[in-house]
Design a protein. Structure first.
Length: 79
């Protein structure tokens, strides 16, 4: 019985350590609904999910990053 409690304690400790670690933020740029590129936060880790998702940008009309001079609908989603 002590072994079962010991194993459960180790599993719970592992879950707590894994859950408390910061996550990287990945932002994806869409042009006219097509995925163009994804950008990762690098060495920066976020502990609050809202800090990452607040970097998202709603759809707007602008110039393409792929084709010079072309106007497209741009959207950036971060998670």
């Amino acid at each position: 019985m002590k072994k079962v409690f010991g194993i459960c304690a180790l599993v719970l400790a592992g879950i707590m350590i894994f859950a408390s670690c910061g996550k990287k933020c990945v932002c994806v740029r869409y042009e006219d609904g097509k995925k163009i590129y994804a950008r990762e936060s690098g060495d920066v880790r976020f502990f609050d999910k809202d800090a990452c998702t607040s970097q998202s940008v709603d759809k707007y009309h602008g110039y393409s990053a792929v084709v010079d001079g072309k106007e497209v609908d741009i959207e950036v989603k971060c998670k």
